[in-house]
Design a protein around this ligand. Structure first.
Ligand SMILES: [Zn+2]
Length: 191
């Protein structure tokens, strides 16, 4: 660690910024962390959030959000209600219409606090939500099986496939009520 001449100044051990403790006269858990771990305020703040994440917090496109339970808002016009529908990296769907933005995660901390959810459309949210989490389809004869999000391909490891999908088959034609094209999910979560 680089030493600075003034006693209350030091270099942050993560981002190398020179920090001055004189700017933080009030002690709180962030300041305590700064001193203990030789961090600047910004690094201490975000690492503290990582260590003690609020309930229902999500990182989407480098921004840190805290979601509250969905509320029925009768009196507000529909377009005044800001809502988010998300698909988490552990494959859950969550929505909220009461969202608190904590802030944008600094670039140098985005590896430590990576995205853990993606925005999806309301339509995809409902389609995913209506099927039990972790559900895996074992319909080895379904023509949609290789396109569908729910199909568990490992079922074919032992016995192979029941049939061959015709070359001119149009995905979705089986009309399965829970069918979700995996490409639809991929497209939404890569944005
Ligand atoms: Zn720092």
């Amino acid at each position: 660690m680089k030493k600075c001449t003034q006693s209350n100044k030091y270099q942050c051990k993560i981002c190398n910024k020179i920090e001055n403790l004189d700017l933080y006269p009030i002690s709180n858990n962030i300041v305590t962390k700064m001193i203990r771990e030789q961090l600047c305020y910004e690094c201490a703040f975000w690492l503290d959030l990582k260590a003690h994440p609020p309930k229902n917090s999500y990182i989407i496109k480098g921004k840190y959000y805290v979601f509250s339970e969905w509320e029925r808002l009768y009196n507000k016009p529909k377009d005044a209600i800001k809502s988010m529908h998300i698909y988490t990296t552990d494959q859950r769907v969550v929505r909220s219409n009461k969202i608190r933005l904590i802030g944008s995660i600094p670039k140098h901390l985005q590896d430590i606090l990576p995205n853990n959810a993606h925005l999806i459309t309301k339509h995809l949210y409902y389609k995913l939500r209506d099927v039990a989490p972790g559900y895996q389809c074992h319909s080895m004869g379904c023509y949609d099986r290789y396109y569908c999000h729910w199909y568990d391909r490992t079922i074919e490891d032992k016995h192979g496939a029941w049939n061959i999908i015709p070359r001119n088959y149009i995905p979705g034609s089986e009309q399965c009520p829970i069918y979700i094209d995996q490409q639809t999910i991929n497209k939404q979560i890569e944005n």
